[in-house]
Design a protein around this ligand. Structure first.
Ligand code: 26W
Length: 818
């Protein structure tokens, strides 16, 4: 039900112009004639924001009055992307605003370009959180997203001689028109110190005497629903010292000391940890995690609950969703509040806690599961460690009760692990405390049950469930691909943006040659648009007639960017060796986008190799321009929105059993790219829905991977046994891509031949065979387009709205606020 723009200052062109000029003059203090690009952007953003503000305040009031169950989403990361267009779309003001700006002689494109993308996340997990809160607002489900307002987001990536260089992401330098600080709602957060136990009229109670504390300042960001008049809140916390400045010390002349506590405190929300799979176990990271969950839980009690609320009813009032293990310290914090502050007894508090938390796991890599040493926890959060010990004792008693004194099982299930260092296994704590535990794709959830947490699955029947990831079609179809959106609306009418399964109605259009033609021209137009963007951004050109083969995701060995490199080198070697005429090669442009965690040496070396291969292949006349490798730096949400609609082929080639789900795979399918992929993560569900004929499957399945591993995997055997593989690896080893210096990429070559933990060599031959199928299929453009349309038509399932419906049905039992 599209919301007719209610009478608001900005809901007419004239009204919008008036409001815009008012914001320029009174908020920015400049006349139009003297306004900077940033002034114009801010004034424009404020005008859109003011329009949504009325709804935001109304929604907040309604949620407070309704006292219905709400979802508190706890996430250390939110990869929001640019806000301007999304807020414009949600408000339905796009055309009014565009006309209004034209009347002021302003090109809305320039306003867009002035926005700095808030990069408050690393990759999949952070972007998923952003898609989820968009869907909850669009579905009208009461929700607050809680997180951290990092002063510096994910680093900016540049390349120097093909190598990744990280630069700080000072996204707040110019300020942000989308945030609303609320220092009046600041929450004190404590650290360190010790605990005391005392008798409280016959009841043994504990209290925490912290050593120091900081202030958590909330910044609210609006999360508007799609043209439904609803606006939810994203509340991000920023750290400040309680006493920002010690005048006494200052007057004593020790200026640095006077502000030390301020700088110390600010460090907590200073920067996002750029790792997305291997926790470094740094104390500051734990401080960050406790900082935002403690502030969020306090904020919930203070602002979401009536003072006389009966805490026994908390489970009907709130569910805290834990976005991976990063916010799990929130469980003992919640217990501490219920026990030490609300004076509940243990059993009451624990019963409530177990119904108010749920845990989503986003990984399968054992090294990505966070553990915190009891030393660090005991020093930083002594009361919480006490509570974790008690939770574990009672849990192990119950396990012993059920399975008897089975030492091995008790040791395997204990939240406390003794080796290598006595530590708390956060995934185990989350599983014991959570009402539900879910994986993010069917295969992932199955592996969680069978391989990662089997003992817990046996001990807690019914606790483990699955909710396959999804993406918001508002940003990744409507905003990123307006050409396709208009084509879809032409074919099936409106409404599909909030009911994506309706895309199924497009199946009939796939049989219509005119529709196929129109679809193909939209793709071609998106490619030209990408070319324009990359030319300005990086000086790259996208050649006409080239298939765009795109691999964009974080750089990680399990995602196997190296397999893609071997394909490119195989093609190149076949040309320069004369075995294949360049003219017989299907022209392709290989586009990479990938950041590597700064401490991940092998990942950074692979980035270097990709750029090195690119510069050799792109400049080799023997290739006759049939192959091109482009690696635009600083892959982020904004670049994804340009790349994905232009892609023909989506590379989802992780080793089966390693990628929990993937969400890029869904975005490509919904934008009419065909997938070449393994049966891993959500690829399995994409292939099932789009059909085998419209998906290029290759590689071992997860059980086959396990079997090869069990048999003992010797990558060198595959090297010996496959001539074209040998030629490709030998070419890299020869120094052909490093000016003859063999040492540069030797570590990559020897890793592949003697380690190859993610079996790149084992899946090489079926991958190359599948790529040959891709070339053959692409030769028939009309058939390719037919398959691409069916991918769009059959991928409606991958809407994050559907994911939210599954969370509501299987985990949250919260309802949209009518
Ligand atoms: C440093 C610790 C750490 C460990 C894991 C930081 C971040 C993580 C994340 C869980 C990694 C991540 O982003 N996982 C991805 O989550 C997506 C959303 O569910 C999935 O689609 C991807 O498959 C998964 O890799």
């Amino acid at each position: 039900m599209a919301l007719a723009p209610v009478a608001g200052p900005a809901s007419t062109v004239d009204g919008f112009v008036r409001q815009f000029l008012r914001n320029l003059n009174y908020e920015r203090g400049v006349p139009l004639s003297a306004a900077s690009a940033n002034d114009r952007y801010f004034a424009f953003a404020m005008t859109v924001r003011d329009y949504l503000m009325a709804r935001w305040l109304e929604d907040l009031r309604r949620q407070r009055v309704a006292q219905v169950k709400g979802v508190c989403y706890l996430s250390a990361e939110y990869l929001l992307g640019r806000q301007l267009d999304n807020n414009l779309l949600a408000s339905g003001l796009t055309s009014i605003a565009t006309t209004a700006m034209a009347e002021c002689g302003i090109d809305i494109e320039d306003l867009r370009a002035a926005e700095v993308e808030p990069g408050l996340g690393n990759g999949g997990l952070g972007r998923l959180a952003a898609c989820f809160i968009d869907s909850l607002a669009t579905m009208g489900v009461p929700n607050i997203g809680y997180g951290i307002r990092y002063e510096y987001g994910i680093f900016r990536q540049t390349f120097q001689d093909g190598q990744q260089i990280e630069q700080p992401d000072s996204w707040l330098t110019m300020g942000s028109p989308w945030e609303f600080p609320h220092p009046e709602a600041a929450q004190p957060v404590s650290f360190g110190g010790y605990t005391e136990h005392y008798d409280d009229e016959g009841t043994e109670r504990s209290r925490w005497i912290p050593a120091w504390n900081v202030l958590a300042i909330p910044y609210n960001y609006m999360v508007p629903g799609y043209q439904n008049g609803r606006v939810n809140t994203l509340r991000l916390w920023s750290a400040e010292a309680t006493n920002r400045f010690d005048l006494r010390v200052f007057n004593a002349g020790d200026y640095a000391e006077a502000v030390r506590s301020q700088t110390f405190a600010e460090n907590i929300s200073k920067v996002l940890y750029p790792e997305d799979s291997t926790p470094q176990g740094k104390e500051l990271r734990l401080q960050q995690q406790y900082f935002f969950v403690a502030a969020s839980i306090k904020d919930f009690f203070d602002h979401q609950l009536a003072p006389d609320f009966d805490l026994a009813n908390l489970p009907d009032r709130v569910i805290f969703q834990l976005n991976d293990t990063h916010p799990v310290i929130g469980v003992p914090e919640f217990m501490r509040v219920l026990l030490d502050e609300k004076k509940l007894d243990w059993d009451e508090a624990w019963a409530i806690t177990q119904q108010c938390f749920a845990y989503t796991c986003h990984t399968l890599l054992p090294e990505a599961l966070e553990v915190w040493s009891v030393d660090l926890l005991g020093r930083l959060l002594p009361r919480h460690l006490e509570i974790i010990y008690r939770i574990n004792d009672e849990f192990l008693d119950a396990v012993r009760e059920r399975f008897g004194d089975d030492e091995m099982r008790l040791r395997n299930m204990s939240i406390i692990s003794e080796f290598p260092e006595r530590s708390v296994r956060m995934a185990f704590l989350a599983t014991v405390a959570g009402a539900k535990v879910n994986g993010v794709a069917e295969l992932h959830s199955q592996l969680l049950r069978d391989k990662v947490l089997p003992d817990f699955n046996e001990f807690y029947p019914g606790k483990f469930t699955n909710v396959t990831n999804g993406i918001t079609p508002r940003r990744f179809i409507r905003l990123a691909n307006p050409g396709l959106s208009d084509l879809i609306t032409e074919a099936i009418g409106t409404g599909w943006l909030t009911d994506l399964e309706r895309l199924r109605e497009l199946e009939a259009s796939a049989e219509d040659p005119l529709f196929r033609e129109a679809f193909a021209s939209v793709k071609a137009a998106n490619k030209r648009h990408l070319n324009d963007v990359l030319l300005v951004r990086d000086g790259f050109t996208v050649s006409d007639g080239h298939m765009l083969d795109v691999m964009v995701k974080r750089l990680h060995e399990y995602k196997r960017q190296m397999l893609k490199v071997l394909h490119i080198v195989t093609q190149y070697e076949s040309i320069i060796s004369g075995r294949v005429a360049a003219s017989d090669i299907q022209p392709r442009t290989f586009i990479f986008g990938a950041k590597a965690a700064p401490g991940y040496a092998m990942a950074k070396r692979i980035i270097h190799l990709i750029n090195a291969v690119g510069s050799v292949v792109n400049d080799d006349p023997r290739v006759e321009g049939r192959l091109k490798v482009l690696f635009p730096p600083n892959y982020n949400v904004t670049l994804a929105e340009r790349l994905i609609p232009a892609a023909d082929l989506s590379e989802q080639i992780s080793l089966a059993g390693k990628e929990a789900s993937g969400t890029g795979n869904m975005k490509f399918a919904l934008n009419g790219a065909l997938t070449i992929g393994t049966d891993d993560g959500a690829n399995v569900e994409i292939r099932r829905l789009v059909g085998d004929d419209n998906f290029f499957l290759f590689g071992m399945s997860e059980p086959e991977v396990e079997a090869l591993w069990a048999r003992g995997y010797k990558p060198a055997d595959f090297y010996q046994g496959d001539e074209s593989l040998r030629r490709a690896i030998d070419l890299i080893a020869s120094g052909a891509f490093s000016g003859g210096d063999k040492s540069v990429f030797e570590p990559i070559v020897s890793n592949l031949l003697y380690d190859d933990r993610f079996m790149v060599l084992a899946d090489y031959s079926t991958y190359i065979a599948a790529q040959e199928k891709v070339d053959a299929a692409y030769a028939d453009q009309d058939a390719w387009t037919h398959a691409a349309i069916l991918n769009v038509a059959r991928s409606g399932f991958f809407s994050s709205d559907r994911s939210m419906r599954d969370y509501i049905d299987r985990i949250w039992h919260a309802q949209p606020l009518r």
